[in-house]
Design a protein around this ligand. Structure first.
Ligand code: CMP
Length: 142
């Protein structure tokens, strides 16, 4: 049987959950993730437009960029076996209202509010993780 692969994902603690970042970071560690890199930053709208490029045609794009630029965020590179799906499992459904209803133990249920202010971000798949990690931590792919 193949050895399970340790991979990396990009995780963000968004402005709405920033005041609860210490609790969230404890949950990250308690769930077996290794924090490879971590820093805090108030991102510019220009950087966020690049980061959220796949959503640029969506009706919520400008609101999303403004929300994400409204305050500091915590940016993390996390590693674990199957880091991408494991992190997505821990954060739960995109919409925090759905998370509260269906997966109340998840981070978006506990720390988010609705479809936009949903506390955390996680890369969708390994290719996205590579692209997103490259935006915030280019030194990891050097
Ligand atoms: P995330 O999955 O991290 O990345 C895309 C973000 O867009 C998502 O979290 C939400 O913050 C936001 N988003 C997704 N759908 C909606 C929506 N219908 N209305 C407003 N914001 C949304």
């Amino acid at each position: 049987m193949a050895t399970p692969e340790v991979t990396m994902t990009l995780a963000l603690i968004k402005p709405d959950a920033y005041p609860k970042r210490a609790e969230i970071i404890e949950e990250i560690k308690a769930n077996g993730f290794t924090i490879v890199k971590m820093r805090e930053e108030k991102c510019t709208p220009d950087l966020l437009k690049v980061f959220y490029k796949e959503h640029e045609e969506k009706h919520f794009f400008n609101d999303l960029v403004n929300f994400m630029a409204s305050g500091p965020i915590v940016i993390l590179a996390l590693s674990k076996v199957n880091a991408v799906p494991e992190w997505r499992k821990l954060i739960g459904p995109t919409n925090s209202l759905v998370a509260k209803e269906k997966n109340p133990e998840t981070l978006r249920a506990k720390y988010g509010t609705d479809g936009q202010c949903n506390a955390c971000h996680g890369s969708a798949n390994d290719d996205d993780a590579k692209r997103e990690l490259g935006i915030f931590f280019p030194e990891l792919s050097a």
